[in-house]
Design a binder for this molecule. Structure first.
Ligand code: SAM
Length: 290
């Protein structure tokens, strides 16, 4: 018979991932950790009880959320200093990702307490990998500010972001956010995913404008992530700006932004909505050195 493993050690904070919908996404290790720790600090104890019941985990729960953060953090840190092992869980996914957790982790590190991840699902990465957009480099934006100057400034900063952008959004604001993204970033390619890992999981792919058209008059429900294609080379040029450029100049400009000659020709053809052949003929006589 195999020996019983010990999954936890005293005086440690376990940052423990939990499912974002489908409870069966819980990892074996997460179950063991939640069973063995001395205490589970949970964002919402009522939600976490359901998870514990599903896996027949009996353990002590303590609420830890943004409104009681300071006093609870002090208590939890004290317990860990006394040698207790504590697991931190949020309502769903990884604690600290648009969820409370970061502050406790920071304080624990400052006090020399070991912090150990117990990785689990997170909506951001789950959405990204099914978006069909470039996954090699990405920027996690989380929730945009709801309105006002802060929101405009965030959108403005995103305009020049070249990496794929991940945005969390509530179903009530999704249409407004899509409109704002189209207005400030242009009609980019996006993926909008909802209810990942749940019964009504759904994905939409396409340009923002076509998605807005598709969603017109519809009530979008559930939990949503929007993945937006990063800024493409040459995209910053307003129609009027590139319209004043000769085709050859336009190709040169994109090459100066780092594209190869071949890529630049393809991109110019796309931007100007003209055949690639036409761009190629204009650019052929010039030695681009590549
Ligand atoms: N800590 C979580 C994580 O690791 O993804 C995120 C918590 S944040 C408060 C909740 C947001 O995450 C939702 O508004 C939605 O944007 C996204 N989300 C969470 N679960 C999701 C799911 N099953 N499908 C799509 N988006 C989800």
């Amino acid at each position: 018979m195999s020996e019983k493993k010990n999954y936890v050690q005293g005086g440690t904070l376990y940052v423990c991932g939990t499912p974002i919908g489908n409870l069966d996404d819980m990892t074996f290790r997460a179950i063991q950790v939640l069973k063995e720790v001395d205490l589970i600090a949970a964002e919402d104890t009522r939600r976490t009880i359901k998870l514990l019941n599903y896996f027949e985990i009996k353990n002590q729960l303590e609420s830890y959320h943004e409104h009681n953060e300071e006093e609870k953090a002090e208590k939890l840190l004290q317990l860990m200093q006394e040698g207790k092992a504590i697991a931190l869980v949020s309502d769903a996914g990884m604690p600290g990702i648009s969820d409370p957790g970061y502050k406790l982790v920071k304080k624990a590190i400052e006090q020399g307490i070991e912090v150990v991840p117990v990785p689990g699902p997170t909506a951001a990465i789950s959405a990204l990998v099914v978006s069909g957009l470039d996954t090699s480099r990405f920027a996690f934006e989380g929730f945009l500010s709801r309105k006002g100057r802060a929101r405009e400034e965030e959108l403005e900063k995103l305009r020049s972001e070249e990496r794929t952008i991940i945005i969390y959004e509530s179903p009530y604001r999704v249409q407004a956010t899509l409109k704002d993204l189209e207005r400030v970033l242009g009609d980019r390619r996006i993926a909008l995913v909802r209810e990942l890992t749940k019964l009504h999981e759904e994905k939409y792919y396409g340009k923002i404008s076509s998605l807005l058209e598709e969603l017109k008059g519809q009530e979008v429900k559930g939990e949503i992530v929007i993945i937006v294609e990063g800024k493409q080379p040459g995209e910053g040029l307003e129609t009027a700006a590139w319209a004043e450029l000769e085709i050859e100049e336009h190709v040169r400009l994109l090459m100066a932004e780092g594209l190869s000659k071949k890529e630049a020709i393809k991109r110019v053809a796309e931007i100007r909505a003209i055949p690639k052949r036409e761009v190629y003929q204009e650019a052929i006589g010039i030695d681009f050195g590549k």
